[in-house]
Design a protein. Structure first.
Length: 406
């Protein structure tokens, strides 16, 4: 008896440990294609990039602790195929490993820059630890940094680079920062935050070409005809789900590996979890794909339960965060479908929250430097409690009174 987990990131590790906690006594084989033990990714764009965090602190567990749990971790192991008829995975080495249950936690990969010159050695991406090591090394010697993409990763890298004294320019094709995730009031706050730290922001322009210079630097040409010279270009233009292995095995895929509310793929012996899944969450009407620590952990637990024969539906509340300079943005829920919003507190105070509503129902809350309010919002939404917009707007009203008595 064995369960094979393909992908040794947050979701893969969660499944492995949840299987052991759930009493599974068979072989648990955790296969990772990197050389590292499972590690945290969020610090890569912040403390680790700033050289303020050792490699060991990134690790979730020392390999010895995995061994104590009887979890067999194999790094530098690539799965090239799934033989569903035989119940085996095929490794790049040619080895075939049998499974009674299979979990796919293959994650995502960066979306490459689709422009001439993108292969220039000063062009970097940030997804895994190898990327972070290379970026950190090149950042140390760079004076001018160009960031393509005004999303979370791009802005976190920009903040880290600016804190290190680099000249930083951010190029965003849309008209504001983090436009797909937050309201204009939040975008404008972070735009002013970055400008206040000396970052140049260029909106509604796109990168069209990269040309190398004799000194090793590059010149980036933008869609308005302007150019930006840089010693380092960091691209943060999104990611793509690693679904090819699943698709080649005949599993249903869309914008990721399709799973039901129990994290089961179209093959009942195979589950999937984390960033790579196009999944059902009972809280939402339509399937979705999320790139977050919360989703990897909570969906990983659901996947493990399915492998153990327990059908537990996924209905956890999504939450996210981003650290930029000394500002913490914490988000809960999914606010994209909102029809109204209320700002609680004053943006100029550098501590406020934005509550998003649809037909009077609270969809999500973005909190800037208000961790207690973020945690309160998570409690309210978990319980299905929607404060009225008027109550939210009244900063004198204590939202905690809406919680049931302990």
């Amino acid at each position: 008896m064995s369960i094979v987990i393909v992908g040794a990131g947050q979701a893969g590790l969660q499944i492995a440990e949840s299987l052991r906690r759930g009493g599974y006594e068979g072989r648990v084989l955790l296969l990772g294609d990197e050389s590292f033990a499972p590690y945290q990714r969020p610090p890569l764009s912040k403390k680790y990039l700033a050289d303020d965090m050792a490699d060991e602190r990134l690790q979730f567990r020392p390999v010895e602790q995995l061994t104590k749990q009887n979890i067999e971790f194999r790094p530098l192991t690539t799965v090239t195929a799934i033989d569903r008829a035989a119940g085996e995975v095929v490794l790049a080495s040619g080895e075939r490993v049998a499974y009674e249950g299979l979990a796919l936690t293959t994650g995502t990969r960066v979306r490459p820059l689709p422009v001439p010159g993108a292969e220039h050695p000063a062009v970097c991406y940030l997804r895994g630890l190898d990327d972070a090591k290379r970026l950190r090394s090149q950042l140390a010697s760079a004076a001018r940094v160009l960031v393509i993409g005004g999303g979370f990763i791009g802005l976190e890298v920009a903040a880290t680079a600016r804190h290190a004294g680099k000249t930083v320019t951010v190029v965003e094709t849309l008209d504001r920062l983090m436009a797909r995730a937050v309201a204009p009031v939040v975008s404008e706050y972070f735009a002013e935050l970055h400008r206040g730290h000396g970052v140049e922001l260029r909106f509604k322009v796109a990168l069209t070409a990269i040309a190398g210079n004799p000194d090793g630097s590059l010149t980036a040409t933008l869609s308005d005809g302007s150019t930006v010279d840089a010693d380092l270009l960091v691209a943060g233009i999104g990611v793509l789900p690693n679904q090819e292995l699943a698709a080649a095995a005949g599993l249903e895929c869309a914008n990721g590996i399709v799973v039901d509310e129990f994290a089961r793929t179209s093959d009942p012996r195979i589950v999937a979890a984390g960033d790579c899944t196009w999944h059902i969450n009972r809280r939402f009407a339509a399937p979705l794909r999320l790139e977050s620590v919360q989703n990897a952990v909570d969906q990983g637990k659901i996947a493990a339960q399915s492998l153990l024969g327990n059908a537990v539906p996924y209905q956890d509340l999504p939450w996210f965060w981003s650290d930029q300079y000394d500002v913490k943005l914490q988000m809960v829920g999914l606010s994209q479908a909102h029809d109204s919003l209320v700002v609680r507190g004053a943006p100029e105070s550098a501590a406020f929250s934005v509550f998003y509503f649809k037909a009077g129902e609270l969809l999500g809350v973005d909190s800037i430097n208000r961790p207690a309010e973020h945690m309160l919002a998570r409690k309210l939404m978990s319980l299905g409690i929607s404060p009225s917009p008027d109550a939210v707007a009244d900063t004198g009203f204590d939202l905690k009174t809406l919680l049931p008595a302990p």
